[in-house]
Design a protein around this ligand. Structure first.
Ligand SMILES: *Cc1c(COP(=O)(O)O)cnc(C)c1O
Length: 386
């Protein structure tokens, strides 16, 4: 018999012999033990050859990666510590100094700052395009252009990129095509179907869906690209914690139901606001007045849970009066969140840049939550009376 000190550190639950867990178990372990010394090294060399150390792979994380790869129509995925972790791992693994990339002008603020750093410190040239037409993209291609970076639905203007046309032009030019599909989720759009090589997500938003986890994913159309990004992410340490993977897996189970309600509530809010005398420029892809309504109808299976609008008058007074909706950054959670981009997400832009981004001092972004629509509409209506 060993001593209590020894027995206490060897507690173990063998897998059940005649039944299996219905929910994916949380493998909250940093490392894995082996009988065979050769097998231990294999798991560190390749993403599909067993589990050795959680920075390289983990069964709970693998369950999440497999599920999201399947939903997006990819062959493999990589879960990361945040959406920015996924975006950085993809860009750093696929680009080198001297390369040129083409990016849609209105991408996420964090992505903008990564691209600026790539340009300033690593000599990667960046060209910004409106994303409205494929001809503009073709004209921006140079011999050293390597990568095209798009977002399915832009923030906060909710413009929808014409992915079939842009990705066809990107592929024709031999570019690696990356699409941030955070706002659409695979329930509304699967960019790999239109030719994307890599799809990235902030799983912090709709995939996790409960405002309680920060995580990211990159989904790949080819195993070769997956392996390159996986190696780099393991080296960078951009990897997700198993508990975060477990929370996102839990969120995935209700993704379809939640996205349906997010879209429905966003639509009801958009219609209420569009008819309101104190509101201008309501932007939600489901409104026929939206500039990309036709594209949205063609490529989305729903118009999304995010909308933006402009309050005519005192924005502060409106925000302070909201009761049901919270004033907060982030999106895709159960509660309706309202954000003032000019002083938060886009605070570093000057007036001209703000205008180019489609933002005015009165612009507000709304992430419609899962509340009963009557409570939500009543809240916005009373706050607008201020
Ligand atoms: C939030 C967000 C990101 C960054 O994700 P984090 O999980 O916050 O790192 C990237 N792209 C889009 C579109 C986002 O909304």
């Amino acid at each position: 018999m060993t001593h209590p000190q020894t027995r206490a550190v060897r507690a173990w639950a063998p897998p059940p012999p005649t039944s299996r867990p219905v929910a994916v178990p949380l493998y909250q372990t940093s490392t894995f033990a082996f009988e065979d010394p050769d097998a231990c090294a294999e798991g560190l060399r390749h993403p599909d050859r067993g589990y050795s150390y959680t920075r390289h792979s983990n069964p709970t994380t693998r369950a999440l990666e497999t599920a999201v790869a399947d939903l997006e129509g990819g062959v493999a995925a990589l879960a990361t510590a945040s959406g920015m972790g996924a975006i950085n791992a993809v860009l750093l693994a696929l680009l080198r100094s001297g390369d040129h990339l083409i990016v849609q002008r209105r991408v996420y603020g964090g992505t903008q700052s990564v691209l600026m750093r790539l340009a300033e410190r690593f000599g990667v040239a960046v060209t910004r395009i409106s994303g409205a037409d494929a001809g503009e993209l073709a004209a921006a291609v140079r011999p050293e252009t390597r990568l095209l970076y798009l977002e399915t639905i832009a923030n906060p203007t909710t413009e929808v990129a014409d992915l079939p046309a842009l990705l066809a032009a990107g592929r024709a030019a031999g570019l690696v095509c990356v699409v941030d599909n955070t706002f659409a989720t695979p329930m509304l759009c699967r960019p790999i179907e239109y030719g994307a090589d890599v799809v990235v997500h902030s799983a912090t938003k709709y995939l996790g869906g409960h405002d309680d986890v920060v995580a990211g994913l990159a989904v790949f159309a080819s195993r070769d690209v997956h392996e390159r990004v996986w190696h780099l992410a393991a080296d960078l340490g951009a990897v997700v914690d198993p508990f975060a993977s477990w929370l996102v897996l839990r969120g995935l189970k209700t993704l379809a139901l939640r996205v349906e309600r997010h879209c429905e509530n966003a639509g009801r809010l958009a219609h209420l606001l569009e008819g309101h005398p104190r509101v201008a420029h309501v932007r939600w892809p489901g409104l026929p007045s939206h500039p990309s309504h036709a594209v949205a109808r063609r490529i989305l299976d729903g118009y999304g849970g995010v909308l933006s609008f402009e309050v005519d008058g005192d924005v502060r007074a409106f925000l302070v009066r909201l009761r049901c909706a919270e004033l907060a950054t982030s999106l895709g959670g159960p509660q309706t969140l309202v954000l003032h981009p000019a002083t938060t997400s886009h605070r570093e832009l000057d007036e001209a840049e703000l205008r180019a981004a489609g933002i005015s001092p009165g612009t507000l972004r709304v992430s419609a939550g899962l509340e009963h629509h009557e409570d939500l509409l009543a809240d916005f209506a009373q706050a607008l009376k201020a």
